[in-house]
Design a protein around this ligand. Structure first.
Ligand SMILES: [Zn+2]
Length: 160
C-alpha cells in the first residue's frame, strides 16, 4: 500500500473545521477531512446538536459528504485527517470506509478531559457485557439467521 505522506496543512483544515463547528453551535469541537491524491474531497464537523442525531460525528459527516461526492461507499485510496482520535463508532466507520490511513491530533484522553465519553466507551468495549448503565443480551428467536441465508443465496448482491 502506497500511503500518502502526512500533511500538516490537511490537519490544519480539520482543526479549522472543528473550530467552525464550535462557532456555529452545530455540535462538539471536532472536525475531519477526507483527502485523496493529496486533494481535499470532503470536510465535516460534528453536527449532533443541530441535527438531533448522535451519529453525526465529524468523521461520519465527512465520510457521508465524501461518499456522496464520489458516488461510492468504498473510500480505499483515501485518507482521513481528524482533529481528535476517533470514538469507537467513528473508528468503525473508518474501517468500513476502508481508509488507507487515519491521522488524528487530540487524544481520547484529551477529549475525556473536556467531558466527552470516547475513553469510557473504549473501556466498555474491552469487555462489552451488561453493566450498571446498559443491558447487552443475545435474544433467541425463530429463523433469526434468515437474513443471512437470504444474503448468502442472493446471486446479484453487491458485496462490500
Ligand atoms: Zn465519533
Amino acid at each position: 500500500m502506497d500511503v500518502q505522506e502526512i500533511s500538516l496543512e490537511h490537519m490544519r483544515t480539520a482543526l479549522d473545521e472543528a473550530c467552525r463547528g464550535v462557532l456555529s453551535g452545530d455540535g462538539g469541537p471536532f472536525g475531519a477531512v477526507v483527502v485523496k491524491d493529496g486533494k481535499v474531497i470532503a470536510t465535516g464537523h460534528n453536527m449532533v446538536v443541530v441535527t438531533n442525531d448522535p451519529t453525526m460525528h465529524a468523521e461520519v459527516t465527512a465520510i457521508r459528504n465524501c461518499c456522496k461526492k464520489l458516488g461510492t461507499f468504498d473510500l480505499s485510496g483515501c485518507v482521513l485527517y481528524t482533529s481528535c482520535y476517533p470514538c469507537p463508532m467513528c473508528m468503525g466507520a473508518c474501517l468500513w470506509a476502508r481508509f488507507d490511513a487515519i491521522y488524528y491530533a487530540a487524544s481520547a484522553e484529551q477529549a475525556a478531559a473536556i467531558g466527552f465519553d470516547d475513553k469510557a466507551f473504549y473501556d466498555f468495549l474491552k469487555n462489552p457485557v451488561s453493566d450498571d448503565l446498559r443491558k447487552l443480551e443475545h435474544v433467541e428467536v425463530d429463523d433469526y439467521l434468515m437474513p443471512f441465508q437470504m444474503w448468502s443465496n442472493k446471486p446479484d448482491k453487491t458485496t462490500y
